[in-house]
Design a protein around this ligand. Structure first.
Ligand code: GLN
Length: 291
């Protein structure tokens, strides 16, 4: 095997290997892995194509490429994912932030900006199932009067989310709480004091998890995906407690599965709590958010 590589030939070879698999973005993946291995940015790769790469780095690069070739998510290799313009640390065991979830965050920001919440000194937000902190921290970042109670059942997720809160300098406006759904709030005296409840809960029907792409089904945490038989278990649980925590003008914002709009809307209609309920679609035309 040739081990005398330049940046350019290494990138080419990495892409060739990934091209043999059924991956959507082999060049981008190879670029990201190469940048990570060399600790340089993308521009460096294109401005230094003929730099020689030492043997240890070459070996490390191919180790990562082969991992990716098996379907392991590129974000777990490079330990990063951009979301709402912020670079989140991610780690195995914690769901990788999705671009579609930005629709949820943008909608919440829009609602706050167009309501009396905008002028409030402090708005209390609860995020159920925070994962890496993508929703919690982007809301805290863009809504300067937000205080977020950020709940997850996974300690690993909270560790990563805390790390991200430090990275973005938001520790003062987030309280991380370990536990199931609203349970960790029970001792905090927040009854009818929450302005916005937001959640991207696990919503994939159990039987459908195996049908997802291998990156998700094999390598992402099942606890962040499995929403029970019809995928709606967590929405049912969360809706039960909304009247206890939300203020009179409170807002609920859920990310939902591509065909769950009507079902989740119905749960909210039946709760009798909301004046207006809206389903928002993603760019592929599928249901993505209910507010
Ligand atoms: N949107 C995720 C996926 O693509 C599912 C996340 C969830 O269940 N909340 O698989």
């Amino acid at each position: 095997m040739v081990r005398d590589y330049t940046i350019k030939s290494l990138l080419q070879e990495g892409m060739n290997i990934l091209n043999e698999g059924d991956f959507k973005t082999p060049l981008l993946d190879a670029q990201l892995i190469l940048c990570y291995t060399l600790s340089v940015d993308k521009l460096y790769i294109y401005t230094h194509p003929n730099d020689k790469v030492n043997v240890e780095t070459v070996d490390k690069f191919f180790e990562f490429i082969n991992r990716r070739r098996e379907g392991y998510p590129v974000q777990y290799i490079i330990q990063k994912q951009e979301f709402m313009g912020l670079e989140f640390n991610v780690a195995e065991g914690v769901l990788i932030p999705r671009p579609d979830t930005e629709i949820l965050v943008e909608k919440v920001i829009e609602i706050v900006d167009n309501s009396l919440l905008k002028g409030k000194k402090r708005i209390n937000i609860v995020d159920i199932g925070t994962g890496s902190g993508a929703i919690t921290l982007s809301l805290a970042y863009y809504l300067k009067n937000a205080f977020v109670y950020s709940i997850d059942i996974s300690k690993k997720a909270l560790d990563v989310a805390k790390e991200n809160s430090k990275k973005f300098g938001l520790e003062d406006r987030v309280l991380f709480l370990e536990g199931s759904l609203f349970k960790p709030l029970s001792t905090l005296n927040l009854d009818n004091n929450i302005d916005v409840v937001v959640s991207n809960p696990p919503y994939i029907p159990t039987d459908e998890i195996e049908k997802l792409q291998i990156e998700v089904s094999k390598y992402e945490p099942r606890t962040a995906l499995d929403g029970g038989e019809d995928g709606l278990d967590y929405y049912r649980e969360i809706v039960k407690d909304l009247s206890k925590y939300l203020t009179d003008n409170g807002v609920i914002a859920f990310e939902i599965g591509y065909n769950q709009g009507q079902d989740v809307k119905e749960l909210l209609v039946n709760s009798g709590l909301f004046k207006k309920i809206e389903i928002i679609k993603d760019l592929s035309g599928h249901d993505r958010v209910v507010v």
